[in-house]
Design a protein around this ligand. Sequence first.
Ligand code: 9MR
Ligand code: ZN
Length: 533
Amino acid sequence: SVLPYAPSIMTDQVGYQPDETKTAVFRDVTSETSFSVVNADSGQVVYTGELSAPTFYSSADENNWTGDFSAVTEAGTYYITCGGLDQSYSFTIGNNVYDSLLDDSVKMLYLQRCGTEVKDSTFGHVACHNTLATVYHTNEKIDVSGGWHDAGDYGRYVVPGAKSVADLLIAYDANPELFSDSIGIPESGNGVPDVLDEVRYELEWMLKMQDSQTGGVHHKVSCENFPGYVMPETETDELIVTPVSTTATADFCASMAMAYEYYQKVDKDFAEKCLNAAKNAWAFLQKNPNFIFSNPSDITTGDYGDTSDIDERYWAAAQMWRATGEDTYRTALESMRVQNGMDWMEVGDYGNIAILTMDGVDTNSDLYTRAKTSILKEADKMKGFSQSNPYGVSVSKYNWGSNMGVATSGMILNLAYQMTEDSTYLDTSRSNLHYLLGNNAMGECFVTGYGTVSPEHPHHRPSMAKNQAMKGMLVGGVNSGLEDSAAKAYCANSPSAKCYVDHWESYSTNEITIYWNSPLTCLLAMNSTARTP
Ligand code: 9MR
Ligand code: ZN
């Protein structure tokens, strides 16, 4: 069946760290008032707790009870029972529960590499998309090989690429020791954490997307249309580079400024190259007002269009200020209103994070306080959303890629915790993670290859071509917009929180992208304790 089982007891299917708040959600309860946590190896009941009073969760059209089992802290594998209900799927409690998931969430990006041979027993392939690309409506051919395939398709787009880079560098910064040099990419063992090697692969491609004359950055490269469900090297149509946009240029500027900072210790020349590219992009932005992209009519691949580039410019100014300390950028930043957002369209909070986590920043400055106020206001809103449903997820509306919003909310909440030490923010950051890993109305772990029930038919061309889901990918998740034929067919009568279908054709609920994986990596990094041997 394409529909998942419908468990009556939902938990994070991967697991919990010992000392955190742990909550299971129940439905279909008849007369029970208590639940038990059972050690899966010994069969012993290790904890019995009381169910909460039921609440009606209208978005899922169900009555829910919750059960707190935070008291269970001993490492082990467990499941939960409640009267005659089917037991929950099993899950682990332990210090290292997320380590392999973290590694695979990064390894997936290696498997998305374009323009190079990829080595893998299932998803390996020869170099793809290596021909010169035509600059749209010109005779000019340029080399823009490299980077990661964006998603289930093989387009490469600067805007979402910059977001992924940012999430991953923030992830590394949040918990450097967690990132190993042995996840199994060609650069493993070179003395540099693999996440930095992997991000560099994308950055090197982004550098090729910058116009050397003007400093402007091309919005994207793809063929005219999406290919069939084939492996990447089979897509051999002409590659087209679309015109420069100011959203791509500003996002590029910001991520190159970040790269300058993070690659100083790894490769100083590369770091300098990134800063120069960022400066050239900035110069282009100063000369060119809002220069908004939308697909030319003959190109039907991903659009990543936008109506405003103010938030992108805000992020660029913040990263440039942080990278150089120069007043030009500070002045530019001060002249803009605070911006928000952490998706591909709205990126202002990346600017706020740059300011708030900047070394030696004056915490009494106006720039700092307004960024902090803004982040805390958002965190409070997200906490409010999470309190309005039993799953503790910070969603008010389920749209395309809702799981990305869940992950980035978790990031904002974690940041709020770091600034305030208010543990309710930390709990909510983690409840968003637990939603992604199984504690949701679908009873589904939304990362392929993890948990008991996870997507087996993601809209992802390599997985479709090999008839096997690549591991470590976060799918878009619940989307009540019903924006593809499978979602329309399977979810027409579903309440909003259950509009998800594990079907190859459901690109609006079951696709994967690099920029949905990257905030998952970051959320895991922010919420994990150090690796223990
Ligand atoms: O993630 C994008 C989502 O926010 C939009 O609503 C949707 C429709 O425009 O497009 C999504 O991005 C897709 C991109 O255009 C092409 N590659 C696959 C992306 C994920 O579905
Ligand atoms: Zn490719």
